[in-house]
Design a protein around this ligand. Sequence first.
Ligand code: UN1
Length: 499
Amino acid sequence: MSATAALLDRLGIAHLVADGDIVSRSPIDGARLGAVKAHNAAEVDAALAQSAAAFKAWRTVPAPRRGELIRLFGEVLREHKADLGALVTLEAGKIVQEGLGEVQEMIDICDFAVGLSRQLHGLTIASERPRHRMVETWQPLGPVAIITAFNFPVAVWAWNAALALVCGDPVIWKPSEKTPLTALATQALFEKALARFGDAPEGLSQLLFGLRAVGEQIAADPRVPLVSATGSTRMGREVAPVVAKRFGRSILELGGNNAMIVTPSADLKLAVRAILFAAVGTAGQRCTTLRRLIVHNDCYDKVVSAVKTAFAAIQPGDPRHAGTLMGPLIDKAAFDAVTKALEAAKAQGGTVHGGGRALSDIFPEAWYAYPAIAEMPSQTEIVKHETFGPILYVLRYSDFEEAVAMQNDVPQGLSSSIMTRDLLEAERFLAPDGSDCGIANVNMGPSGAEIGGAFGGEKETGGGRESGSDSWKQYMRRQTSAINYGTSLPLAQGIEFPE
Ligand code: UN1
């Protein structure tokens, strides 16, 4: 048995990936890993019906008991962390550490959700009417659809699913067509947890494969009160109006164009380490990837030369090998987009260092890219566009306000950061007229968020928040109740209405 076959076997999916129209290829070498069948419209419909039926039962299970299922799932994930991480590496091309990190992120959100399952707190509100009480209760919402992208093929599902399930909602998952096997493996591990749990309703978590049509069908279906979609801004523009048209709710995690401001007081060594991880980690394919470096004139030369040296030392390589910091891009289309962006950067007055294809002799069917730095005269059109790859645009500033304005002057609003030892600058970056992003960090890069905080951003990023803080509330229905424990009927607003 090949190493891949053995891995798929240990994850319990070897028998499920023989053939189908959605073919999974490893971005490492282009090898075929397996294939799955796309679901047709009737199958999607049946899955949604099943989910609606599962909701009827699951919503009445006490929340801490629902949390027990997620506790068991966290346990199963811990047992299979190495294998699932390895499959993420194989199918998404992430380096070993990042594949494992992604599974750890799943485990972390499970822990968070288990605690949450005993803390789905409502409120008691003072009533203006005598002998009345008002309460606010959070009720289960209904089936939650989760649409995910190739770059976080399992963690993003877990952020949504762990919360949805403790909140009393079944989940329906449409993973990226580029990473069906990690989704299958995750579903198989979830089913292990279900078996240990015992009496959960059928169809609590379902997987639907397909291209756009499947996503559109789910988005349009009124049985799905919440659609949580992660992907490009283009995808969000398609999904959001379809959901809104039927007054459904959506959580959108779309494009990012994340910046770091490097001020004169920055710790240079720290800055370069932060820049490197944030810009070339996951080969620049995180929505939180650092794409724009805004550097003060006084330290520009020093910072840019250190970053150039650090970038030049990066050798893209097989992500399975220890020591590799940057693996392949997901596919040829991704590589072509990077090439096109670098050409545009040059045409728009930029100076490009690095870039180009790597390892084409060893892996002719795979798409490795050298990271590139593009020094830009200003935020030209290409700088304002999210290109999913290892390109870092560098810009100069002389005045702090100008830097903040530049950081905000893009259509996206996911993540941002500042490197400074000046308390006033740090606080101004976090002030109401500072960074306009959903995430604003100090003395670190824009990527690598923990699950405890709410994750997401503004403007074209879509406005959604997932994972920590009070994101769980979106997966529930808020109910306000007034209870009269008297014998008369006083009306609010002092209204008199005769008997
Ligand atoms: C994404 O790229 O879709 O903050 C999510 C980070 C990760 C999640 C990224 N925790 O980089």
